[in-house]
Design a protein around this ligand. Structure first.
Ligand SMILES: [Zn+2]
Length: 183
């Protein structure tokens, strides 16, 4: 017998952006290194997760990783991430009773953007991914993209991460795809 589980699935309501330096104590900055660190047992200095704690990872060359937790892609099956342990924004304006990890897709950009600039390839790849996810049905609105620092006292995704420009670019792309003329 088929059991319909759709009703149990939560809807994604936003996207939270991260950089790898905030959450992974690795020497190398690439998504494989973060995933290895996340999967390593806590007793060995890792996190002991079933997979990378983010739903997606973006490499410096723009390549996109999809976390699959060994079964199905996290984001498709609404599996919570382990990227933002909070239920509301620091200013209290955004409240997510089920928790940000369960309500928002987490995207990690490989690198440390407190120290380095985001490459153009990474930026564009991140924009494309967000546009696709937002069009897939979160909200066709770039206002639901948040920096991790909105929810926790962290400088993630990094002081040099061009967050405003990123959201503006996603918003423009969404409008172009919706057939709105850009003046
Ligand atoms: Zn973060």
């Amino acid at each position: 017998m088929w059991k319909v589980v759709r009703g149990n699935l939560r809807e994604w309501v936003g996207i939270v952006l991260h950089h790898g330096a905030a959450n992974a104590k690795t020497e190398r900055h690439d998504i494989q290194a973060y995933a290895n660190f996340h999967v390593k047992p806590a007793a060995d200095g890792g996190r002991g997760y079933s997979d990378m704690g983010y739903h997606f990872g973006i490499e410096e060359d723009g390549g996109i990783w999809i976390s699959d937790a060994g079964e199905k892609a996290r984001w498709v099956w609404q599996r919570p991430g382990s990227h933002t342990k909070a239920t509301k924004s620091l200013d209290g304006k955004i409240v997510m009773p089920a928790g940000v990890n369960s309500s928002c897709i987490g995207i990690c950009f490989a690198g440390n953007f407190n120290e380095e600039e985001l490459s153009r390839l990474t930026f564009e790849s991140g924009v494309r991914l967000c546009v696709a996810l937002l069009r897939e049905g979160i909200h066709e609105n770039a206002n639901v993209i948040y920096p991790h620092s909105r929810f926790q006292e962290k400088d993630c995704p990094g002081k040099k991460f061009p967050f405003e420009e990123f959201v503006k670019t996603v918003a423009t792309e969404l409008r172009i795809r919706a057939g709105v003329k850009i003046a």
